[in-house]
Design a protein around this ligand. Structure first.
Ligand SMILES: *[C@@H]1O[C@H](CO)[C@@H](O)[C@H](O)[C@H]1NC(C)=O
Ligand SMILES: *[C@@H]1O[C@H](CO)[C@@H](O)[C@H](O)[C@H]1NC(C)=O
Length: 291
């Protein structure tokens, strides 16, 4: 009786350590990616575990029929270097949804011909009461908020919620000048069959996916889930795609600082709805006139 009880309870209390995860991932024969143990000054894995969205996405295969004319490789950073969004650090704020929304809006305003500099995740975190600030958010609600209320520039409202504290919605820029807020006209959700064309035409999009513990130890390569429990979901910026040694991937920008992954970026296996990422992507048509 005592033995069976112990066996039953063990999985509940045993969280796989970073060392165990790294060892398992790096020993996969023909593995597509490498893992590393991060120390706390580089990237705080335990803190990141606690700052996940609770939404879990379906990982059922999704139908996809990419157009014949899609190029083999696309990278928004090379296509639009003038609108490049720096790698940011959400730290102890579960604000990935705000970073992904504003990074995609930054590029999309630029591609539409009305670049406004970096759009502010802080303004969105502080002002959008339809979402939960540093406790998580939903892409369509965030983009609808951007359509109705607009979002300030990052120069005007810089990020200050790295410890999870969220100030009230500001009525002035940090330097005291009046706030201008920039808008989306139409927020939308797009399927995997159309996302590549849309990205090439109008700029990067919001992507979300289920996070398993091994993702946090990603160092480089093409990520696919190997081991570790499901922690929740996370939002990032879709920048493009490519193929390496015959394996298709998505190119993505994270908000875990430049110390994490491929200098803050990562690649995810493409074509099999890995971690539910291919269910949907999100974006908006910008409104250059409504400034
Ligand atoms: C953490 O890693 C960085 C970069 O590899 C290194 O410079 C630093 O000394 C490490 N810190 C600790 C406490 O091990
Ligand atoms: C204050 O900041 C805003 C937003 O970055 C900027 O447009 C404006 O020129 C600044 N004003 C002054 C007086 O520096």
């Amino acid at each position: 009786m005592m033995i069976s009880l112990a066996l039953l309870l063990f999985p509940l209390f045993h969280a796989t350590s970073q060392e165990e995860i790294v060892q398992i991932v790096n020993n996969v024969k023909g593995g597509l990616w490498k893992a590393k143990v991060y120390n706390k000054t580089e990237f705080d894995v335990e803190a990141a575990m606690m700052h996940m969205d609770s939404t879990i996405l379906s990982e059922e295969p999704v139908f996809s029929s990419p157009l014949q004319s899609t190029p083999e490789v696309f990278d928004a950073r090379e296509r639009w270097p003038e609108f490049q969004v720096p790698i940011q650090m959400q730290a102890a704020c579960n604000g990935c949804w705000a970073f992904a929304t504003t990074a995609s809006m930054t590029y999309r305003l630029g591609v539409a011909g009305c670049y406004k500099g970096l759009i502010s995740p802080q303004d969105l975190l502080s002002c959008d009461k339809t979402n939960k600030a540093c406790q998580g958010g939903n892409p369509l609600r965030a983009m609808l908020f951007a359509a109705n209320n607009g979002i300030a520039s990052d120069d005007c409202v810089p990020f200050v919620s790295e410890f999870g504290r969220v100030p009230l919605c500001p009525s002035k820029c940090k330097n005291g000048s009046a706030i201008e807020r920039y808008k989306y006209k139409t927020p939308f959700q797009v399927g995997v069959s159309d996302v590549q064309t849309l990205l090439m035409e109008s700029g990067p999009l919001y992507a979300r996916f289920n996070v398993y513990a091994d993702f946090l130890n990603y160092e480089d390569g093409i990520y696919e889930h190997v081991t570790g429990r499901q922690l929740g979901s996370h939002a990032v910026l879709l920048l493009g795609w490519g193929v390496e040694k015959g394996v298709d991937y998505w190119l993505l920008q994270n908000s875990y600082s430049e110390e994490w992954g491929e200098k803050g970026y990562f690649r995810m296996r493409r074509g099999s709805n890995q971690c539910g990422m291919e269910n949907a992507f999100y974006g908006g048509i910008v409104d250059c006139n409504a400034l």
